[in-house]
Design a protein around this ligand. Structure first.
Ligand code: DX5
Ligand code: ZN
Length: 224
């Protein structure tokens, strides 16, 4: 199923609750929340108290993207704050299977992410426990960067591996997603799309979300 996840990193942080509500009313099923610790990535954003505060503003599923070192320490806190799915980085965890187990035990959907330099094969041993794999299509840390086209083969390799093993895993892409790049990512097998700048900087967010979804639906799997 194709889903669009607007990233609040590109929103007006002084009105975060209203922005979260607006995205749901514009048709987004997910809300992407980028948590950065200044260690795993060179930027700092927000943590569980902020997510808890905006939880009541939106009926969307909260898609929490942890860009933090040693993520297992905070899984319980993000689940209690209202996360529906929790994504951590394979590079940030000593025992990724334990982190996936902790996320599932906390009642959330499980997801593991790969930085651009990390090969697809890194998560192959984790696919039995992961509801979603996030392929970063920019270096994590900042919004507004350009989509890395050389990530397309990684998306395809992951989709092929999931299909081969009978897993209906969501493959999410994050970074530089707009009307041109979403067509490519979908063609290579991605089905969940994070979009920050493309949605929040557009004049009509509802129209942009609908258009992104339509382009993804039209192109899904064409390059598989
Ligand atoms: C980057 C974040 C992204 C970011 C995407 O580290 O993980 O979610 O908000 O922003 P855009 O869509 O502007 O590239
Ligand atoms: Zn993100």
């Amino acid at each position: 199923m194709i889903r669009i996840s607007p990233s609040v990193l590109a929103s007006d942080f002084s009105r975060l609750g209203e922005e979260a509500a607006r995205m749901a009313s514009c048709g987004a099923e997910l809300l992407h929340l980028d948590v950065m610790d200044g260690m795993f990535v060179p930027n700092i954003t927000f943590g569980p108290p902020v997510i808890k505060a905006i939880r009541k503003c939106s009926p969307a599923l909260f898609d929490v993207h942890l860009m933090i070192e040693d993520p297992i320490r905070y899984i319980g806190d993000f689940a209690s704050a209202g996360a529906d799915s929790i994504t951590f980085h394979a590079e940030a965890a000593d025992d990724p299977r334990a982190v996936l187990g902790a996320i599932r035990a906390a009642g959330c959907k499980t997801a593991v992410s790969l930085k651009p330099a990390t090969p697809a094969e890194t998560v192959f041993p984790l696919l039995d426990l992961a509801d979603m794999v996030l392929v970063m299509t920019v270096e994590p840390g900042f919004g507004g960067q350009s989509f890395m086209h050389d990530m397309l083969e990684k998306i395809r390799a992951l989709r092929h591996e999931c299909t081969k093993r009978g897993f209906d895993t969501d493959i999410q892409v994050d970074g530089g997603i707009a009307e041109d790049t979403i067509a490519l990512a979908a063609a290579y097998g991605a089905n969940v799309f994070v979009a920050g700048s493309a949605v929040f900087r557009s004049e009509d967010a509802a129209k942009t979300i609908a258009s992104l979804r339509q382009i993804a639906e039209e192109n899904y799997g064409k390059a598989l």
